[in-house]
Design a protein around this ligand. Sequence first.
Ligand code: CTP
Length: 401
Amino acid sequence: MSQLQGRRILLGVTGGIAAYKSADLVRRLKEAGAEVRVVMTRGATEFVRPLTFQAVSGEPVHESLLDPQAEAAMGHIELARWADALLIAPATADALARMAHGLADDLLTTICLATEAPIAVAPAMNRVMWAHPATQDNLALLQRRGVRVFGPGSGDQACGEVGSGRMLEPLELVQVMAGMFGQPLLQGLHVLITAGPTREPIDPVRYITNRSSGKMGFAIAEAARQAGAQVTLVAGPCTLPTPAGVERVDVETAGQMRDAVAERATDSQIFIASAAVADYRLDTVAESKIKKTGENMQLTLVRNPDILAEVAALDGGPFTVGFAAETDDMHAHAQDKRRRKGLDMIAANWVGRPGSGFDADNNALEVLWEGGSASLGPGPKTRIAQELIGLIAERRQQQGN
Ligand code: CTP
């Protein structure tokens, strides 16, 4: 990870249970070539002893604003100047609130005001605290001031609940920190993404759909945003939260998804079709609820337009990336699909295997283009998404479009 080579990262650790992961984060940042110094809040020292961070960073840990000895060695202003970037991980709801309001009553918040280096936060808290309007407003305020927000991820929480609020894993944080240095990969580009299932109505109460959760597409939207792109996410029915800074267009049917994409495709430089679009819809949707009558009933389905193939066929259209779900002979089938649809790239995954695919948090992809391929994962969809965005940026540049 050459972007972190020789970079000076000041890591602020605040008082949340995820603080235990920050020791590993220090190790990973150092492996990537960064110099790391650690500032802990009093709360953080209740969870992890400073000695742990001293051991992994190889540097004294800074805790107090009013300690004359520490100030004499490397004072808060020197620390603030030393840093190339300040990362606060975990960032508790309290830390975000104190930063948002410009408090400076401990070492970390004082450094936040005193540094000219870019600041990033990796929030970690209970899902209800994360969703609270106070937290969201504080976060929006910080983002308006240029603070970068990495995560949170979702999943099992230390409090026993499940939802958004988990700190990103150390390796994911290393990757997004690397992205803070140098030109963001997709700076100045518009990325259009489809995600989730579509829903094809039968009558006013029934519809045909599929098991897609939208997790992969939402993770890709977040990764593209973090890579500096302007992102529009055309989402079928799914309840996932919209990633920060992403424009979301909600649709239900394949027809609506096609219209939303067609309106925006020519203004986009990259199109990523991760949606599980229904291949067929009802030829006529009943206006009132269909009553049961005989022992059998028949529905007539007609083919939906292929949104991805239509975009790929546009003259001077965007770099197109499709997805393929395969159960056997993945390479050959996916490469064939890529050529048939005229795509620049296709990302194939196995379906029906435990731990990857539709509703899972993890995934593994085989990414194919003309004359090449790469395997991503297995790993969390958030990480796979970042790696996929990296590949797309690289291929697009090599193709010169
Ligand atoms: N796609 C689309 N519009 C459709 C159908 C599919 O944009 N009407 C996109 C999907 O978003 C995905 C890719 O095309 O990127 C999947 O292609 P598809 O031919 O549907 O592949 P499979 O679902 O794997 O289908 P099959 O097994 O029938 O080849």
